[in-house]
Structure formats: structure tokens, C-alpha cells
Design a protein around this ligand. Structure first.
Ligand code: CTP
Length: 401
């Protein structure tokens, strides 16, 4: 089941760091996902961004003071702590980290955190040396042991001019971690191999045969599986997508390189999902130099590539094998043929050409075909949602689950 933050009560704690402006983006992102967000700001956070900004965007009063009341008898920070599904402190400064590690509550945010019993995520953001400081590291270790989730800061150029770890991760990555921590871990202990994207078969150094696969479906499967606790290896052809978090990514170009990467990682895999659009043929003898347009017609000889999935089907053992089939006609017939010939458990088939299941789209309309001859047509939906439904089906099949 896909986890979402829709209608969840999220408390966003904002501390005084230059990255406080990114919390505004995080708030907007959470609101866009349908979350109900309340903001607590420290005194120094208000020197960077005004409470009005957060108030306007959250549609809720912002808590800035330990002793304020919101008109009812309950004290706001205690009331919010009881109702929160999750709390995110972003940016979390060395100061709040030190206070929380030592149980100190001397302002609205730290007191709220002491009272909160929900999932709590800290996103440290500070100068690299400050982050590496032994006391800060010791405090973070203690907080992890206490059950806090800590999202590691990103590396890059910092506001102070230095380069290194300390940047607040992008709001999309913080949301991704929140979703991950909220998701039940029904694939814990499972090793999952996913292939994604197109392959490129070079004709000469500057030209290649490929296809318009964006890799979005495979990346969605990899992300969803990681959220559900699987150890994920993603073998990806060239895409423009950001690397998913907490996943081993092996980047390849050709079908032959994909085959090597797949078979090197086969042994420990429990589940293999092949979303990749593999080139069926490669130029037999690619030119070493750029081909010049001297002749009116040229002939390109193509050599068939190995069918990786078919080979996986031969070596199947008790692994779950899932293939994808993008067809332009006779979806059911073609998908069932692939299911049988490649010895698969499930084929996710779709007709290319319609806007709801085209290459590069964020949505897909697939039908799942099973080896017992049954099928399950799914309506058009986001690729993330397709990925989770596919994983639900796999969990129902898996002999070890
Ligand atoms: N596949 C593979 N190796 C190949 C070709 C395809 O592993 N050389 C996998 C794809 O990753 C996908 C499934 O097989 O999961 C079906 O791919 P598709 O391109 O739809 O079909 P093909 O088997 O190549 O057959 P055809 O092109 O004749 O439709």
C-alpha cells in the first residue's frame, strides 16, 4: 500500500539557520501533498524568515512562544504534540540537537519535542566543521539511539563560503525520507533488483540506437521498494532522473553492460523487476570514427542482444521475476507470450501511444498478467502508485513472505 502524507498532521520545527528559507519550500511541498502542517519557530529562526510567511502558507497560526495560548485551555505545543503524526525539524541547528540530546526544553520547539511521541525527523544543517564537531556528532548518535530519524546533510557549497557536508537536503528529499519512515516495512530483508531506462547501442562515437524510455517507471519501483524496507539495486540506462536515496545504483549504457550488471547481482536477489527498455539489437561492427555522409545509402548490420529476462527465467529458482511489456497492438496475447516464454510470475503490460501510458509520462495505465492466466487491469495512475500496487502483488506471491 502506498503511504501518503494526505490529511496527516505534520509539525514543522524551524530553527535559526540560513537554510530556514528552504523550510518554506518544504512547507509548500507538504501542503501540496495534502498534509495539515503546523509550524513552530525558534527565536533565532524568526531572524531569517518571518512567522507571517509560514502562517500564510500553512493557513495555521505559527507557534513562537512557549507560553502563548490559542484561545482554548490547552497550551499549543502540548496540544500539537498529542495530535502530530510526524514532526520534522528543518533546519536543525547544533543548538536544538544539543538540547534534545540532553532533554532540555527551554523554548516552544524544544518543549514541544520533549512532549512529542510521534515519528521525529531531524535535518541537521550547519557549517561543516560545526557538523563534524565531536559534541554534535555525539549528540546525533545519542538522538538516533533515542529513536530520532536523522537525515544526513547534503554536501556542496555552504552559505559561509566553505564546501562540504552541512547543506539542508532539498525539500523533495526530506519529503521522500518522511514517506519512507512512515511506510510499513513489508519488504524488509528482501533483496530487490530493478532495471530501468533505455540502453544505447553505438553506431559510431557520436550516434546510437536507443528508445524514448525515461526510466520513470523503474525509478518509481526502486523508490517504492526502498520505502518498504527492501535492499534495492537499481541498474539504470541513461536517464535525467535524480538518484533515488538509499539505493545502490549501477549506471550502464548498453544491453551487454546491463546483462553483466544483472548477472553479477543475481545470486542474492529475491525479486527482479525488469522495467528497462532494452535494445533488442546492437550494431554488429560499430565504427571507430564518426561515419561521414559520403554515400546516399548505407547498410547497418545489427546483431541480436541477449534477452536478459529470458536468461533470468532459465535461472529462476524461487525468485520472483517481473517483466514489462510495452506493446502497440495485441497487448494480452503478447504479454501472455512473454510471461510464458520468459518463465515470469507477472508481466505489467501497457499499450504505448495513449497519453496515459506513453514513454516519459508520469502516469501509466497497465494491466498485470499472472502466470495462472488471470489478469488485473489498473486504471491510469501515477507511476509511484503503479509501483506500489505491483509490490503489493509481489508480497502476496513471495514464498518467503
Ligand atoms: N528484455 C530483456 N532483454 C532484452 C529485451 C527485453 O531483459 N534483450 C526484458 C525487458 O526489460 C522487459 C521484457 O523483457 O521486461 C519485455 O521487453 P519487450 O521489449 O517488451 O519485449 P521483447 O522481449 O524484446 O520482445 P519484442 O521486442 O519482440 O516485443
Amino acid at each position: 500500500m502506498q503511504t501518503s502524507v494526505k490529511d496527516k498532521n505534520i509539525v514543522l520545527g524551524v530553527c535559526g539557520g540560513i537554510a530556514a528559507y528552504k523550510s518554506v519550500k518544504l512547507l509548500r511541498l507538504l501542503k501540496k501533498q495534502g498534509a495539515n502542517v503546523k509550524v513552530i519557530m525558534t527565536q533565532s529562526a524568526q531572524l531569517f524568515v518571518g512567522p507571517l510567511t509560514f502562517e500564510a502558507l500553512s493557513g495555521q497560526p505559527v507557534c513562537t512562544n512557549l507560553f502563548e495560548k490559542d484561545g482554548s485551555v490547552s497550551i499549543r505545543h502540548i496540544d500539537w504534540a498529542e495530535k502530530a503524526d510526524a514532526v520534522i525539524v528543518a533546519p536543525a541547528t547544533a543548538n536544538i540537537i544539543g538540547k534534545l540530546a540532553n532533554g532540555i526544553g527551554d523554548d516552544a520547539l524544544s518543549t514541544f519535542m520533549l512532549a512529542a511521541t510521534s515519528l521525529a525527523i531531524l535535518c541537521p544543517s550547519m557549517n561543516t566543521h560545526m557538523f563534524e564537531n565531536r559534541a554534535v556528532q555525539r549528540n546525533l548518535e545519542r538522538l538516533k539511539a533515542d529513536g530520532y530519524y536523522v537525515v544526513a546533510p547534503a554536501s556542496g557549497e555552504l552559505a559561509c563560503g566553505a564546501k562540504g557536508y552541512g547543506r539542508l537536503p532539498e525539500p523533495e528529499d526530506i519529503l521522500d525520507r518522511l514517506l519512507c519512515y512512515l511506510t510499513p516495512k513489508d519488504l524488509k530483508g528482501k533483496n530487490l533488483l530493478v532495471t530501468a531506462g533505455p540502453t544505447r547501442e553505438h553506431i559510431d562515437p557520436v550516434r546510437f540506437i536507443s528508445n524514448p524510455s525515461s526510466g520513470k517507471m523503474g525509478y518509481a519501483v526502486a523508490r517504492a521498494a526502498e520505502h518498504r524496507g527492501a535492499n534495492v539495486i537499481l541498474i539504470a540506462g541513461p536517464t535525467t532522473l535524480p538518484d533515488p536515496l538509499n539505493i545502490t545504483i549501477i549506471k550502464i549504457q548498453t544491453a551487454q553492460e546491463m546483462a553483466v550488471a544483472v548477472f553479477e547481482n543475481l545470486e542474492n536477489s529475491h525479486i527482479i523487476i525488469k522495467t528497462a527498455a532494452v535494445s533488442d539489437y546492437r550494431p554488429l561492427d560499430p565504427a571507430k570514427q564518426k561515419i561521414k555522409k559520403k554515400k546516399d545509402k548505407i547498410t547497418l548490420f545489427l546483431q541480436k542482444n541477449q534477452d536478459i529476462l529470458k536468461e533470468l527465467g532459465r535461472k529462476k529458482k524461487d525468485r520472483i521475476l517481473v517483466g514489462f511489456a510495452a506493446e502497440t497492438e495485441d497487448l494480452e496475447e503478447n504479454a501472455n507470450k512473454k510471461l510464458k516464454e520468459k518463465n515470469l510470475d507477472i508481466v505489467a503490460g501497457n499499450l504505448v501511444g495513449s497519453p496515459s501510458s506513453g514513454f516519459g509520462s508520469d502516469i501509466n495505465e497497465v494491466t498485470l498478467f499472472y502466470k495462472d492466466g488471470t489478469k488485473k487491469p489498473l486504471p491510469a495512475m501515477k507511476k509511484d502508485a503503479v509501483a506500489h500496487i505491483l509490490l503489493d502483488q509481489i508480497c502476496a506471491l513471495h514464498p518467503h513472505s
